[in-house]
Design a binder for this molecule. Structure first.
Ligand SMILES: Nc1ncnc2c1ncn2[C@@H]1O[C@H](COP(=O)(O)OP(=O)(O)OP(=O)(O)O)[C@@H](O)[C@H]1O
Ligand SMILES: [Mg+2]
Length: 317
C-alpha cells in the first residue's frame, strides 16, 4: 500500500512536470524605457517547483523583468509567459496565477491590514477567505496588528503584510522582489524559512535579493543578469564550483624555502596562501607543491561562495 502510494506520488510528480507548462518562460524579452535598454534579449525557463534567484547589481533589469511578468509594464518585444500563457495577451488570467511582493513599499492609505487582505481576496473572487487570511497573519506574525491601518505599520511589518497580500489566493508562483530589503536579521531569517516552507508545499518561487549568502542557501538555481543581459544561469552549487577557487592557508611554525608553484599566491615565514580550482583536493595540492608537512602548524580552507562567483561573472562580463 505504502509502496503503491509512493510510486503514485513520484509518477504523479513526473507526469505533472512533463505536461505542466513552466511557471515562467521568457523568450527574447526586450524592455526599453526611451533610450534605456533595461532588458536586452533575455530568454530562460523556470522549472516547476524550484526557487530561482534573479541576481544582478543595481539597475541590472531585475525589477523590469518582474514588472513585465506582473503586467505593470509591457514588453518592447519578445514574450513572457506564466504557466504557458502570454502575460501581454491574458493579463487577468496570468495575474491570478501568481503572487507578487514588490520592491517598493506601497501604501494603502487608511485601510486596515485585515480590510486590505479581504478586498484583495475579493479581487480574486474569494468572498469568504477568512481561514487563509488568519493563517497568513499568524504565520507572518502580524495577527496582532490586523486592525492597524497600513500606514501605522513599521517597515518590517509592511513587508510581512505585503507577503500575506501576495498569498491570499494561494498562487502556485510567487515573485519576490527584494522581500528582505531593510529588514532586520531575525525577520529576514523567519521570512526565508517561510519561503522555504511554501516551496516545500509546491510553490515555485522567483526571487531577487542582494543578500547573496542567503540566496546561496535558498536558491536551487540562479540567473545572473548585468546591464540587461543574462550572463550566467545554472544550479547554484555548480555555478559556485565553476566560477570560484578554494583558498588553502598553511600556518607555519618554522619558515620554509620558497615554493615554486602557480597555486602559491603568497608566502611568508608564518604562512603560505594557495588558490586551487574548486574541484581540486588538498591531497593533490600537497603532491604538487612539495611542502614539508613537518613545518605546518595549522591549515585553513576557505571554499568559494556565491558572492565570489557573482563578482567573477560580473568582471568577466
Ligand atoms: N519606469 C522607468 N522609466 C525609465 N527607466 C527605468 C524605469 N524603470 C527602470 N528604469 C531603468 O531601467 C534599468 C533597469 O532598472 P531595474 O529597476 O529593472 O533594475 P534592478 O535590477 O531591479 O535594480 P535594483 O537592484 O536597484 O532594484 C535602470 O537603468 C533603470 O534606471
Ligand atoms: Mg529592482
Amino acid at each position: 500500500m505504502l509502496t503503491h502510494s509512493f510510486f503514485n506520488k513520484i509518477i504523479g510528480k513526473y507526469v505533472i512536470r512533463l505536461f505542466m507548462p513552466s511557471p515562467i518562460l521568457l523568450n527574447h524579452l526586450v524592455k526599453n524605457y526611451g533610450k534605456v535598454q533595461a532588458v536586452q534579449d533575455i530568454s530562460f525557463e523556470m522549472k516547476e517547483g524550484e526557487v530561482l534567484g534573479l541576481l544582478g547589481p543595481n539597475g541590472a533589469g531585475k525589477t523590469s523583468i518582474i514588472s513585465i511578468l506582473t503586467s505593470l509594464e509591457k514588453p518592447t518585444s519578445g514574450e513572457a509567459k506564466i504557466f504557458g500563457i502570454d502575460v501581454a495577451l491574458e493579463e487577468k488570467q496570468t495575474k491570478a496565477s501568481l503572487g507578487f511582493v514588490p520592491q517598493e513599499l506601497v501604501s494603502h492609505g487608511f485601510f486596515t491590514v485585515e480590510e486590505v487582505l479581504r478586498f484583495h481576496s475579493g479581487y480574486f473572487g474569494l468572498a469568504d477567505n477568512k481561514a487563509q487570511i488568519d493563517y497568513l497573519l499568524n504565520k507572518l506574525g502580524i495577527y496582532i496588528h490586523k486592525d492597524k491601518k497600513i500606514r501605522e505599520l513599521s517597515g518590517g511589518m509592511k513587508r510581512r503584510f505585503l507577503i500575506a497580500k501576495a498569498l491570499v489566493h494561494r498562487p502556485k508562483l510567487l515573485l519576490l522582489d527584494e522581500p528582505t530589503a531593510g529588514v532586520d536579521i531575525e525577520l529576514r531569517n523567519s521570512l526565508w524559512e517561510f519561503v522555504r516552507e511554501l516551496n516545500n508545499q509546491g510553490t515555485s518561487i522567483l526571487l531577487t535579493t542582494h543578500y547573496l549568502e542567503e540566496a546561496e542557501k535558498l536558491c536551487d538555481r540562479v540567473a545572473i543578469i548585468h546591464l540587461g543581459k543574462l550572463r550566467q544561469m545554472g544550479k547554484t552549487a555548480e555555478l559556485v564550483k565553476n566560477m570560484t577557487q578554494r583558498q588553502i592557508v598553511f600556518q607555519l611554525h618554522t619558515p620554509t624555502s620558497s615554493l615554486q608553484s602557480p597555486y602559491v599566491k603568497s608566502q611568508s615565514d608564518k604562512q603560505i596562501i594557495c588558490q586551487i580550482p574548486a574541484g581540486m583536493e588538498l591531497g593533490e595540492l600537497m603532491g604538487k607543491i612539495h611542502l614539508d608537512t613537518k613545518v605546518i602548524s595549522d591549515i585553513r580552507i576557505k571554499e568559494g561562495t556565491l558572492e565570489e562567483a557573482f563578482l567573477n561573472v560580473l568582471s568577466e562580463a
